[in-house]
Design a protein around this ligand. Structure first.
Ligand code: UD1
Length: 437
């Protein structure tokens, strides 16, 4: 099992280009099974979650060709799926549930083994089911597999009790091929939902209002192809680099970002004393003076993203004073606390509340990623810690970050991957035994 090793204490400096958004890519890949003609996607990151999704789509019979690792994917699915996604693939990816809407809408049937993904809470699917049922699909759970059947969907009004990203996306996709109008009320407003809606419209769908809490979809008979659709930049990857820059008291310019998508994070980092300059598609982050503790509450967009909570916790763990974090989205998102404590952090958890008492510095230690963003938080912690941090369960980090080590190394970090306990970096910055990446 690979480990990431981080030799801490170096301020990050330089420029980093942000890759395409994981969550937008996954939803758009699912939507691509509704396209009747060729789809070309750009800026799709070659990360583990995308690779698994590509394998799932291939198992359904889609032809998929990747032209460059950082970018272009061509997808064509003309025939009904010969088989449904196998369990060993679907269980690896929570977002496989986003195939329910597209498959039942286009082919009248979908069978998705109950999905897996990061262990960050119970993650029910009742809102997905409520919406798809309202459109006329019959849903049942048969031996661990969600089965959806429909002899044609019909538009309807759907009120979401919570603005779930996945439920909004699933219902929005299915509604594109339903007869008549669908209105999703209390819809999620995340940028990834807007990106998906833009892609669907590129295929010939009629979606309006994405980005607000009321999305209206006029169903069409079929969807076409799309010659080129570029996925938005990953705001969580960008946010992780911003927090890492602040945590190491460095100065980093992020390129290929949409600053508007990062406003909640930018606001909180500024409150803590981090200097941030925004340009059209670039952000400069600098932390030179002392930083102050802040309080954070995770909320649906445009609130503070739950996917940035763990990385912020790592940063706050060395800011003198008391910071309070309230996690309102996923109940298991505090698993990283025990790992940060191994590094000397002082954090108390009470239900959905974490109280962080800033310590002077963290100490390198052997830790374990408990989910994707926890892994990112441990990298941030390792970058600012004294000594070496060895992070296990790297597979979680690989799910969502494209070339994380290379990008950090370009910013001056000493980070490498190893499969051996004995490996260590040589003085000149190259690794003994293990291949530096
Ligand atoms: C997506 C993102 C994930 C992010 C999350 C919240 C993808 C692939 N993943 O996950 O990175 O952390 O949004 O921004 O895009 N809920 C229900 N019933 C449902 C569905 C959800 O109660 O049917 C609850 C969940 O338990 C959770 C909350 O709604 O408490 C938010 O979940 P949701 O927005 O659906 O997250 P995902 O789409 O799973």
């Amino acid at each position: 099992m690979d480990k990431l090793v981080v030799a801490g204490g170096i301020s990050l400096r330089g420029r980093v280009a942000i890759s395409g958004a994981k969550n937008a890519s996954l939803a758009i890949l699912c939507a691509a099974v509704m396209a009747g003609e060729l789809v070309t996607l750009e800026n799709v990151p070659d990360i583990r979650d995308v690779q698994v999704m590509v394998d799932i789509l291939r198992s359904l019979g889609a032809q998929i060709h990747r032209t460059t690792p950082s970018g272009s994917l061509r997808i064509l699915m003309t025939e009904p799926p010969a088989q449904m996604p196998p369990y060993h693939l679907a269980k690896q990816l929570r977002a496989s549930n986003l195939l329910l809407g597209p498959l039942v809408a286009r082919f009248g049937r979908a069978e998705i083994p109950l999905p897996g993904g990061c262990n960050i809470g119970t993650r029910p699917m009742d809102l997905h089911f409520k919406g798809l049922t309202a459109l006329g699909a019959q849903l049942s759970l048969e031996r661990g597999t969600v089965v959806a059947r429909a002899a044609g969907l019909e538009g309807n009004r759907v009120y979401l009790d919570f603005p779930s990203v996945g439920a909004t996306e699933n219902i929005m996709m299915a509604a594109c091929l339903a007869q008549g109008q669908t209105v999703i009320e209390n819809a999620a407003r995340e940028p990834e939902v807007v990106d998906l809606a833009n892609f669907l419209n590129c295929l010939g769908a009629r979606v309006r209002g994405a980005g607000t809490d009321v999305i209206k979809i006029e169903g069409v008979d079929s969807l076409g192809g799309c010659l080129r659709y570029a996925v938005i930049p990953d705001r969580i990857e960008a946010g992780t680099f911003m927090v890492a820059a602040a945590a190491t008291r460095g100065e980093v310019i992020l390129e290929n970002v949409i600053p508007r998508h990062l406003e909640p994070l930018i606001a909180k980092l500024r409150e803590a004393g981090v200097e941030i300059e925004e340009e059209e598609d670039r952000i400069r982050v600098r932390a030179s003076g002392p930083l102050s503790p802040i309080d954070i509450k995770t909320m649906p967009y445009p609130g503070f993203p739950t996917d940035m909570q763990s990385q912020m916790m790592a940063l706050l763990s060395t800011i003198p004073g008391t910071s309070v974090i309230v996690e309102n989205i996923f109940e298991n998102r505090f698993k990283v606390v025990d790992e940060l404590k191994r590094m000397g952090a002082r954090i108390k958890v009470e239900g959905r509340l974490a109280v962080v008492e800033g310590v002077e510095r963290l100490q390198g230690a052997c830790v374990r990623a408990t989910d994707l963003r926890a892994g990112a938080a441990l990298v941030v912690a390792g970058l600012m810690a004294e000594g070496e941090t060895r992070i296990g369960n790297v597979v979680y980090i690989d799910r969502g970050y494209f070339n994380l080590e290379q990008k950090l190394k370009m910013l001056g970090a000493r980070i490498w991957r190893t499969s051996s306990e004995a490996d260590a970096p040589a003085q000149n910055g190259t690794a003994r035994k293990s291949a530096m990446v």
